[in-house]
Design a protein around this ligand. Structure first.
Ligand code: ASP
Length: 436
């Protein structure tokens, strides 16, 4: 059996944390592939190495000082780990790359690169460069089939290895990175390539919470969550794993276990393709939400009899490059809900275009809407969840602006005023508590 284990930046922020992560790796001989992030924050207002590297690229005048800063951090790590490691040579390489006028990815990837090289030296394990495993297309998208094939072929050669997260290479070998937090995706790709029995994702929280701990004090930890539920919750603002981390594993059945480096004995959360357990009376897995949506509303008598009306409205929205979230409709009203930041710059044109083309009774945009999702595979199979959701909100005296029971029957989405956001989450959590 093989375990691929990814460690996040907070778990690798200094020498003693790296040593602790390495002890976790060594505690189970099945943990054969270690995927690492760049050192993260050691304390609340510390800077992540990756953020410093972005600054090195952007703030040309402070380059030397910032490089000093990054290399002081790595020097501290090397010293704490008590290993021999030639950092001066690594710095010369980065300076050379910068002088050649490289792209930003070549620099920001160096946090993971050095983190992995140092960790490999400490572990006495081989370092395998992600540039040789993960392949991007010219347009920055992952070249999936080639990546899995290459990674499988390369990693077959190793019994153990440390692999840097976050980056790979594009055509002509240029370094390309995933979006921020992308080491989670690297971990998933490695897990798939080596046909791991589990992908462990080691972080600084005890798994996934059923609600945002900034709003709900000590929310329940989620023991099992399906890929689909995780996707819904992440999309709605729960920050757990990188959005794309599930895709490589989706059709493999490899579970992801989110565990806490500070509390390694805890079970954490299992992200699974299908529930391996009878969930009993647990229809709801989590609650998540986001503020800052706008509702474009069109009211027009006999709207329902106009074939192609909805399609044309969505075409107008698309022609402005706006991606919408929901389109609740009733007989004579159609709403299109989108992020305010996306809708705002086009506000007047949208209203004008719709007005000119359809002469509706009313067309307007309302802002300050929050969307809150109650997510659970069990929602469809359990009678009364929607009733309880609405009852909980009503009892708290909150006015519901929109309800959308997702067609997947995986979620119920409620739109409320931004000012009611926290209150709604608290009311829902309380109301659904016995289900969780
Ligand atoms: N170090 C990168 C970031 O901060 C990638 C990662 O940690 O996953 O975004």
């Amino acid at each position: 059996m093989t375990i691929a284990a990814k460690f996040g930046g907070t778990s690798l922020a200094d020498g003693s944390r790296i040593r602790h992560a390495c002890n976790i790796m060594k505690a189970d001989p099945e943990r054969r592939f270690m995927i690492v992030s760049a050192p993260g924050k050691r304390y609340a207002d510390d800077e992540k190495v990756t953020d410093l590297l972005y600054r090195i690229y952007e703030e040309k005048d402070s380059r030397e000082d910032l490089l000093d800063h990054v290399f002081e951090r790595f020097a501290g790590i090397v010293q704490e780990l008590g290993i021999d490691f030639d950092l001066a040579e690594e710095r010369r390489e980065i300076e050379k790359t910068l002088a050649e006028g490289c792209a930003v990815d070549a620099i920001v990837s160096r946090g993971e690169y050095l983190s992995a090289k140092i960790t490999a030296a400490y572990m006495g394990w081989p370092f395998v460069d992600a540039a040789n495993l993960i392949r991007f297309r010219e347009n920055g998208r992952l070249e999936e089939a080639l990546t899995y094939r290459t990674a499988r072929g390369e990693l077959e050669e190793y019994e153990y290895a440390v692999i840097p997260g976050f980056y790979g290479s594009g055509p002509n070998g240029v370094i390309r990175v995933f979006s921020r937090g992308g080491s989670d995706v690297t971990g998933a790709i490695v897990a798939r390539a080596v046909e791991a029995s589990v992908y462990e994702n080691w972080t600084d929280v005890t798994g996934i919470m059923s609600a945002d701990p900034r709003v709900i004090e000590n929310p329940h930890a989620v023991r099992y969550i399906s890929y689909r539920e995780l996707r819904e919750l992440s999309y709605m603002g729960a920050s757990v794993l990188h959005e794309d981390a599930v895709f490589p594993l989706k059709n493999t059945g490899i579970p992801i276990r989110v565990c806490n480096t500070m509390d390694p004995e805890k079970e954490g959360t299992w992200i699974v393709a299908k529930y391996p357990v009878d969930r009993g009376s647990h229809p709801v897995t989590g609650i998540a939400g986001k503020k800052g949506f706008s509702n474009l509303q069109i009211e027009m008598a006999m709207m329902n009899s106009q074939i192609g009306f909805g399609a044309r409205i969505l075409e107008i929205i698309a022609s402005h490059g706006i991606s919408y979230e929901h389109t609740p409709t009733s007989i004579d009203i159609m709403s299109v809900i989108a992020d305010t930041k996306a809708m705002d710059p086009h506000r007047n044109e949208l209203i004008m275009e719709i007005d000119q083309e359809f002469h509706p009774d009313r067309v307007f945009i309302e802002d300050n809407m929050s969307l809150i999702a109650v997510v659970g595979e069990g929602i469809s199979a359990n009678v009364g969840v929607a009733a309880r959701v609405l009852q909980s909100i009503a009892e708290a005296g909150i006015n519901v602006r929109m309800i959308d029971a997702g067609c997947s029957e995986l979620n119920i989405i409620i739109g409320v005023n931004d000012s009611d956001y926290e209150k709604t989450i608290r009311a829902l959590y309380k109301g659904l508590y016995e289900f969780l």
